[in-house]
Write a protein that binds this ligand. Structure first.
Ligand SMILES: N[C@@H](CCC(=O)N[C@@H](CS)C(=O)NCC(=O)O)C(=O)O
Length: 239
């Protein structure tokens, strides 16, 4: 199997609690939106963590990962005996571990909305996922959207406008970024890749996300990633 590569990321604010260093398993920076979300959440928490980069497409890697872990799903976080392989589980775990990072809004209503729209992203938008796969290296001007994807996009833009209107921006739940912003950040890159036109309110939010230094760092690293192409995803991008 391809040997996972490890890289230590400095804690930006708070050292991880517990004795073991946290390890975040991710896959492609260019293609994996779930990896991006998990990584942004770790950065938001401010924990020190190592990255373990694996290939989930390789049969040997999959078998090896299953021997080592309870799941092959990416992202997966290991921390102080805990093993989490679901993005929302990682988000809730980190919010609990580092409450001062305020990954969930303090206000009850904003917190309820944060959980609802994060859950909606986690469970839904299948048409968007399948027809507009994340591909940071690609740009596809005038991409033709089929109706399923158009409905998903309309729903996402409604969520953004509603949140920004209620909580005043620049982040979805107000003045500070939250779990919801990490959940929707890869969507902003898809909108850029596939030339999805945004109104002024949604464009301002897209700019907020793209101006988030951790997002910019991920995108730059994704573009530089030496990687074999995932042909199905690049094929989509050629149309
Ligand atoms: N709902 C999961 C989705 C994670 C997911 O689908 N990850 C993909 C990579 S982006 C994966 O691990 N695929 C491996 C497989 O399904 O075999 C989460 O929240 O983390």
């Amino acid at each position: 199997m391809a040997v996972p590569t490890r890289r230590r990321t400095a804690a930006s604010a708070t050292e991880a609690r517990g004795s073991d260093p946290a390890v975040l398993r991710i896959s492609s920076r260019n293609y994996s939106s779930w990896s991006m979300r998990g990584w942004l959440l770790c950065r938001m928490a401010g924990i020190a963590f190592e990255e373990e980069v694996v290939s989930v497409d390789d049969v040997g890697s999959r078998a090896e990962l299953l021997l080592q872990s309870s799941s092959i799903l990416i992202p997966a976080l290991r921390h102080d005996g805990a093993e989490l392989w679901d993005t929302l589980a990682i988000a809730e775990y980190l919010a609990e571990l580092v409450p001062e990072a305020r990954m969930l809004p303090e206000d009850r209503l904003a917190r309820a909305r944060c959980r609802s729209i994060s859950g909606e992203m986690h469970a839904g938008f299948a048409a968007l996922r399948s027809t507009l796969p994340m591909n940071l290296r690609a740009t596809v001007p005038n991409f033709t959207l089929w109706s399923g994807a158009r409905a998903d996009i309309a729903r996402i833009l409604w969520i953004w406008r509603d949140c920004l209107g209620r909580w005043g921006g620049p982040w979805l739940l107000g003045a500070e970024k939250s779990i919801a912003d990490a959940m929707y950040a890869p969507v902003v890159t898809r909108f850029r890749t596939y030339d999805v036109k945004l109104d002024a309110v949604c464009e301002a939010y897209a700019q907020t996300i793209l101006g988030w230094p951790d997002v910019a760092e991920w995108i730059e690293a994704g573009k530089r990633e030496p990687e074999t192409h995932i042909s199905e995803l690049d094929l989509e991008a050629e149309f």
